[in-house]
Design a protein around this ligand. Structure first.
Ligand SMILES: Cc1ncc(COP(=O)(O)OP(=O)(O)O)c(N)n1
Ligand SMILES: Cc1nc(C(=O)O)sc1CCOP(=O)(O)O
Length: 489
């Protein structure tokens, strides 16, 4: 949740047409209903072919602009900085904010997209150096990266990209996002790299189709959209995905001379492919479920499964925690037998080997389980697969495995499991329901009889519930009412 008092600050150059710079940044933020505060770093006049004027704001005026802000921002996007004096001023101001330090996204810009003239005589590395300890995400393109690290472009090596960056900027503790780092002209694809300070060997790759369009201001669009996503509390991986989708959508709309709608894109084609080392793959999609919608209770015993079957439930999950191996297998065996008798769609949470061994209908896995489970084995055994997702990154990872359903959670806070920092809300759920296309979406987390109508407005296929059923005074009555509500569509 965004606190009503928190705001987003843009530090950027002003350019009269809004092709790039502050006007572009404000236009992008408005797409997400965010009204940013603004500190102007330089006053410019640019046509599509030349920079007619570039008048840096005196550092003392930048300081005054920062000090005039009525409250500290929670996120800052920094664009053009024309000199290191300004960077020192901003760094000093950030230092004085103490523990309330905002998240800082730095887009290191060297050249104007009008005529490729430089905004400054100083080197880019020198300008940004004072800000480095405060930066959470830096978003150079490949040329800017090479410039900052003194690497010749042909020698760029993505496996050592972070090492070189750390050599140039030892105090850097953030995420390095290199735009268009890898270009595959043959297949018309470009790949961005996301490398995080605490896991520098775990490179994430975001691949998009190469654009036919050479637009101005794309760096501004990307970094502002990324900052907006962070401001809305998306993770860094998901924020990068959303920003990439936003830029691709904008390019596509530019080609057709139309304006994109508000919010994050709902067309899955605008989203990048996400890769990382060790990600499993499958040759074909997992089998479809026979019933593609309904109530999906999640319970911890075969006794519950028998009860739910007798009340008319069709889809159910056995989720066993903190039980010994003998108990677990016995419960799986009993549950599968009940499910076969009542033709239930029974998913086994986590214990995929037992699900295969005893021929359950399907397996439900969390994202961590994707690393250790043998996905191909589940696939070739003919079982259905459901995957948990909490945000765009996990959603796109799951999408690549073409599962039988996506679980999206947590929709609301819940007492059943610690989901802090992962609350999706109705708007996100709605977007995932679009992105999922033909694959069913299971909504989970904090759903009750009281808020189910709100959840159904997003049009998920299944409603998963734990406590609303298992802790109800009269579980049978609640289950039957829920089945009635869901059968009304
Ligand atoms: C339908 C459905 N959605 C999400 C979950 C959560 O699964 P996971 O992330 O594996 O976490 P645990 O259930 O193991 O705590 C689920 N079980 N079912
Ligand atoms: C087990 C679980 N997984 C979630 C996810 O978002 O992945 S939320 C959740 C708890 C669901 O319980 P209740 O219906 O009582 O809120």
């Amino acid at each position: 949740m965004i606190s009503p008092s928190s705001h987003l600050l843009i530090i950027s150059g002003l350019e009269s047409n809004g092709f790039a710079g502050a006007l572009k940044d404000i236009e992008i933020a408005a797409r997400f209903s965010i009204s940013p505060r603004l500190v102007v770093s330089t006053l410019t006049a640019q046509t599509n072919h030349s920079m007619l004027a570039n008048e840096p704001t005196p550092a003392a005026v930048v300081k005054a602009q920062l000090e005039s802000l009525q409250a500290p921002p929670s996120c800052i996007k920094i664009g053009v900085l024309p000199n290191s004096d300004q960077a020192v001023t901003i760094a000093h101001w950030l230092k004085n904010l103490g523990p309330n330090k905002p998240k800082v996204v730095l887009d290191p810009i060297k050249l104007s997209s009008s005529d490729r003239s430089a905004f400054s005589d100083e080197t880019l590395a020198n300008i940004i150096l004072p800000l480095i300890p405060y930066v959470d995400v830096i978003t150079p393109n490949l040329s800017e990266y090479c410039d900052l690290t003194n690497t010749p472009k042909p020698l760029f090596d993505h496996k050592t990209a972070f090492v070189h960056f750390k050599v140039a900027f030892p105090l850097f503790r953030g995420c390095l996002y290199i735009k268009s780092a890898l270009v595959d002209s043959k297949n018309s694809r470009v790949t961005d790299l996301l490398i995080q300070h605490n896991t520098p060997t775990k490179i994430q790759y975001l691949t998009q189709h190469m654009s036919e369009l050479n637009l101005r201001g794309t760096g501004c669009v990307f970094s502002t959209a990324l900052t907006c996503a962070l401001f809305q509390q998306h993770s860094i991986e998901s924020s990068a995905i959303l920003a990439s989708a936003c830029l691709t959508e904008l390019r596509d709309y530019q080609l057709r001379s139309t304006k994109p709608s508000f919010g994050w894109p709902i067309n899955v084609n605008y989203y990048p492919t996400v890769g990382r080392r060790g990600l499993p793959t499958v040759a074909s999609a997992f089998p479809r479920m026979a019933d593609q919608a309904g109530l999906y209770p999640i319970v911890d015993s075969s006794t519950w499964i028998a009860k739910l079957a007798s009340w008319g439930v069709r889809t159910v999950q056995l989720r066993l925690k903190n039980r010994n191996a003998t108990d677990i297998e016995a419960e799986v065996i009993k549950s599968v037998a009940i499910a076969k008798q009542h033709q239930l769609q029974l998913f086994i949470n986590d214990y995929w080997q037992l699900a295969i061994k005893h021929n359950a209908y399907g397996v439900h896995l969390g994202q961590e389980d994707l690393q250790s489970a043998d996905i191909e084995k589940i696939h070739s055994a003919g079982l259905r697969l459901g995957i948990s997702t909490h945000g765009d990154y996990e959603f796109l990872i799951a999408k690549q495995l073409r599962p039988s359903y996506y679980a999206v959670g947590a929709i609301f806070p819940t007492k059943t499991k610690d989901m802090s920092g992962k609350i999706q809300g109705i708007e996100q759920l709605k977007r995932y329901c679009f992105l999922a296309q033909e694959t069913p979406v299971v909504a989970i987390g904090g759903i009750t009889q009281q808020n189910i109508t709100q959840v159904l407005s997003a049009q998920p296929n299944f409603i998963a519930m734990v406590s609303a059923i298992t802790e109800a005074k009269d579980p049978e009555c609640v289950t039957k009412e829920l089945l009635k509500t869901l059968s009304r569509g």
